[in-house]
Every structure is written in structure tokens, then in C-alpha cells.
Design a protein around this ligand. Structure first.
Ligand code: NAD
Length: 476
């Protein structure tokens, strides 16, 4: 079945669906057709957002929250249908998609409930008969530019804190996944979100995203995607001193120490590297192993990899979904070819014999300065590298232009604590997969992984979408 989706402008679904998106697991199936919008549509969306924002901000925060919580319930009721569309559109497994839709629903509920708690601080004044408090004011109109890999959860975790704190939103979803974003918007519209408060504009990043970034009506832009695009947006937004939040690429490292439980470490790294077809910004892609456990770990990881049987995400036997696109598949294939040329051994994996899927791949004998050890692949490719000890392992983890997540498998408390303190990343995992964070904890990175100013998710996510005003009240 092919779904035709439209833009959402001022409460109306408009625009001619033109761009076809095929199912990555079944290329003959057209899943969705979406509009190829231009700068004029962006202008209309921003006009509607600006007009609607005042009334939305004037609504009591608990009333705004009630709409978000109603949308959460609707999404939960539609979970199976939305998850199946997500699989057909993006390629991940049904279990992963069900989890993601649940996450989007939970995010709406979590931020909806913050409608009862938003507020400022009361502070003592040095003046008599004077009280001081702070107010959190919405920035106004927030633009959200999102990637394909979590096509409903990321739009939800950006839109929910923006909306609850009184902003209007223009969302530009990834070209590859317009349908998942439409399901999120539909849940909010059906829950009673006033016209213009959320607008969705589909189309190319270089057209729609660029027009959003350059428009002075956008007070804050939150972006998740590649580092190259993110850094370009940073320059545009910063030049007019607008807020910009960037979550970008990663080259997440894991360190396995001699004292680790090898079987558990292999399970943890396989989950980190191969779930979501390796297409998670938090996926582990390089693993440093100390000498005593090296061989046993590689063998155990290769065995774990076999459990991630690639295939159509809707099939019950599938352990790992399709690669999102032909372009990404070419990147995965090329990364393994170059790794081989640079001396690596393919322990298991590579492209499947029929050519349409990419099997979980473990590379050994990888040189520290080779491309696969340093550059993001964004596929199910895990490079294993030898290190002499903990100190070298930590230094190697930190020797990267990226800094999103890092993990360590050890039973040594001292090493675990030291790693937590000294790993130059936004998220540290000890004996747990680098992928997967709760919605109530801050998420973000350092270095070229993130703008490293405001964190997403968790109780402080609204900070990006608000500014603090200090009010003195004299009362005599
Ligand atoms: P991408 O940068 O190509 O696209 C992301 C979004 O930006 C899309 O909506 C796209 O249309 C838009 N865009 C593209 N060019 C633009 C431009 N010139 N101006 C404005 N917007 C533009 O990234 P992608 O291929 O969709 O996603 C994969 C990348 O995202 C990977 O590098 C991955 O690491 C990163 N990612 C990071 C996180 C994180 O939280 N750090 C999460 C998911 C994905």
C-alpha cells in the first residue's frame, strides 16, 4: 500500500506528493509519496507558526501538557500500525520499530506532564520588601531538522519540549522518512493541537532546511544529522545569534579489559554495534581489547553477530533490518573494502550473497590509523583493535574527533570510575550497550558530535527552547 502524505501548514494538510520512497527491504514497493516543498512553503509555515505562537504560549502549561498526553495515548493506540509503516519506510525490525513508537509516545507523556512543573526560581533579594523570581520564556518559533534513523522518536523528543514550553514549531523531517513524522503530527493534530502550532514541511534539506535556517523568524534550530550539515547550520544560525542545537556524527568506542566476562562483553558489543542495523548515532563501531581476552572476544563477538540475521524487518526470522538506502549500502560496502585494503581481516559479515542486505560485520587486525578505525560508517561494522592495557585503551578512545558515547567492560571498579571521569564523551556506559538511553536523562556529546551547549531529553531539554527572565517585584 502506498500512502500519500502532505505538509501540515496552519492546521491544513496541503501540497502535492511527488517524491517516492521505496521500502529498503522490498525496493519494488512504494511506501510513501511526499511533497517536494520550496522556500515559499517554508515561508507559509513560519507565518502560521508565528501567528499561532502567542495564543499557544498564553494557554496554561497544564492545558498544553494535556494535549501532549492525549497525543501520547493516540500514538500508543496506533502503535502497531505506525510501527509497521516505520519498518516499511526505514527498514529496522518490527521489534525495534515498536520500541521506537512507544518511545515517541512516552516522550510526549513525559513532557506533557512537565506542564504541571514548569517554572522558575524564587531568589532572595538584598532589598527590603522586594521579591525576585525568574520566568522561562519561550524562544518563539523553533525549527526542527531531523534524520531518518529514528524517524518518529527524534521528531518527538525535539517537538515535545519545544511545545510544552510555549513555542510553535516547524518540523522538517528527513526525505527518506516522511511517513513516520506524519504519524507524529497526526497524533498531535487529532489530540487538539491548535492550527499553526506545529507545521511540517517535507522536502530536500538543501532547500527546506536551508530556508528554515536562514529565516530570522526562527529563534532556535535543533538539528540531528551529519556533522558536515550540522556545522554549516551552526555558522548560519550563529551569525545572527540565534540558538542552535546540534547532535551529529559519532565513532563510539568500547574498551574490553582482561578482567571482563568475555561472553557478556561480546553480547554487549553486538547489541551496541548491530542493533538498528548499526544505524544509530550511539552505535559502537570500534572496540579496543587487551591481550589476554583478545582472541576469545573476537570469536565470541563473531558468534553473537550470527544472531543478527539480516532481512525484511517485518519477517519474524529477521534479527537485523535492511540498510536504509542504496547510498548507505554503498558506504558500508566501501568501508569494508577499504578496511581490507588497509590490512584488516573480515572475521564475519559483509554484503549478503543476494546483494540486498548487509550482514553484521566483525573486522580484526585493524590498524589504529585506518579509515574504519577513525571515520563514521553508520552501518553494522565493528572494528576490533588491540591495546596493551587500560591506559592505552582510554587514550585510543579519546583520540577521535567525535565524542558521543563510549563504553567499558570491566569488573574493576577503579577502572570503571576512572573511565567515567576521563572518557571525553557525552555518555559513558559501563558493562552496558552504548546504544539506548532513558528518556529522562540528558543526551548529547562533545567535540564534533554535538554543539555541546544544551542537552536533549531529560528534565533540562526545555532549556534550549526557553530563555530566562529575572523579575524584581517591590511590594510597598
Ligand atoms: P543528514 O545530515 O544528511 O540529514 C539530516 C537532516 O538534515 C535531514 O532532514 C536533511 O534533509 C537535512 N539537511 C540536509 N542538508 C541540509 C542543509 N544543507 N541545510 C539544512 N538541512 C539539511 O543526515 P542523515 O543522513 O539523515 O543522518 C545520518 C547522520 O545523522 C549520521 O551522521 C549520524 O551520526 C547522525 N545522527 C546523529 C544523532 C545524534 O544524536 N548525535 C542521531 C541520529 C543520527
Amino acid at each position: 500500500m502506498t500512502t500519500h502524505v502532505q505538509n501540515l501548514i496552519d492546521g491544513q494538510w496541503t501540497g502535492d506528493p511527488q517524491t517516492e520512497r521505496h521500502n529498503p527491504a522490498r525496493p519494488e514497493e512504494i511506501v510513501v509519496v511526499s511533497p517536494r516543498s520550496d522556500a515559499g512553503t517554508v515561508d507559509a509555515a513560519l507565518t502560521a507558526a508565528q501567528r499561532a505562537q502567542r495564543g499557544w504560549a498564553a494557554l496554561p502549561a497544564p492545558a498544553r501538557g494535556a494535549i501532549l498526553m492525549d497525543a501520547a495515548e493516540l500514538l500508543r493506540a496506533r502503535q502497531s500500525e505506525v510501527a509497521r509503516d516505520l519498518v516499511r519506510e526505514e527498514g529496522k525490525t518490527l521489534a525495534e520499530a515498536m520500541g521506537e513508537v512507544r518511545r515517541a509516545s512516552d516522550v510526549l507523556r513525559y513532557f506533557g506532564s512537565q506542564g504541571w512543573r514548569l517554572g522558575g526560581e524564587v531568589l532572595p533579594s538584598s532589598m527590603p520588601a522586594t521579591s525576585v523570581h525568574t520566568r522561562s520564556e519561550p524562544v518563539g518559533v523553533a525549527a526542527l531538522i531531523t534524520p531518518w534513523n529514528f524517524p518518529i522518536a527524534i521528531p518527538a523528543w525535539k517537538a515535545a519540549p519545544a511545545l510544552i514550553s510555549g513555542n510553535a514549531v516547524v518540523l522538517k523531517p528527513a526525505e527518506l522518512t516522511p511517513l513516520s513524522a506524519t504519524h507524529l503530527a497526526a497524533a498531535l493534530v487529532d489530540a487538539g493541537l491548535p492550527a499553526g502550532v506545529l507545521n511540517v514541511v517535507h522536502g530536500k534539506g538543501s532547500v527546506v532546511g536551508d530556508a528554515l535556517a536562514r529565516d530570522p523568524r526562527v529563534g532556535a534550530l535543533s538539528f540531528t544529522g551529519s556533522t558536515a550539515v550540522g556545522l554549516g547550520l551552526h555558522d548560519v544560525l550563529s551569525s545572527r545569534r540565534a540558538r542552535v542545537q546540534l547532535e551529529m556524527g559519532g565513532k563510539n568506542g568500547y574498551l574490553i579489559l582482561d578482567d571482563a566476562d568475555v561472553a557478556a562483553a561480546a553480547r554487549t558489543v553486538a547489541a551496541s554495534g548491530f542493533s538498528l542495523t548499526g544505524q544509530a548515532c550511539t552505535a559502537t563501531s570500534r572496540v579496543y581489547v587487551t591481550p589476554r581476552v583478545r582472541d576469545a572476544f573476537i570469536e565470541a563477538l563473531a558468534k553473537e553477530a550470527e544472531r543478527f540475521v539480516p532481512g525484511d524487518g517485518l519477517a519474524e526470522t529477521t534479527g537485523m533490518g535492511a540498510v536504509v538506502s542504496e547510498q548507505q549500502l554503498a558506504v558500508d560496502v566501501d568501508a569494508v573494502r577499504r578496511a581490507r585494503e588497509q590490512g584488516a581481516t573480515v572475521v564475519t559479515g559483509g554484503r549478503t550473497p543476494d546483494g540486498s542486505f548487509f550482514a553484521p560485520t566483525v573486522l580484526a587486525d585493524v590498524a589504529h590509523d585506518s579509515d574504519v578505525a577513525r571515520k563514521e560508517v553508520f552501518g553494522p561494522v565493528v572494528a576490533v583493535l588491540g591495546v596493551a592495557d587500560y591506559d592505552e585503551g582510554l587514550a585510543r578512545i579519546n583520540d577521535s574527533e567525535y565524542g558521543l558515547t563510549a563504553g567499558i567492560c570491566t569488573t574493576d571498579l577503579r577502572a570503571a570510575h576512572d573511565f567515567a571521569a576521563r572518557a571525553q564523551v557525552g555518555v559513558v556506559k559501563v558493562n552496558r550497550p552504548t546504544t539506548g538511553l532513558d528518556l529522562n536523562v540528558p543526551f548529547g556529546g562533545v567535540k564534533d558530535s554535538s554543539s555541546n551547549t544544551f542537552r536533549e531529553q531529560g528534565p533540562t531539554a526545555v532549556d534550549f527552547y526557553t530563555w530566562s527572565k529575572t523579575v524584581y517585584l517591590g511590594h510597598e
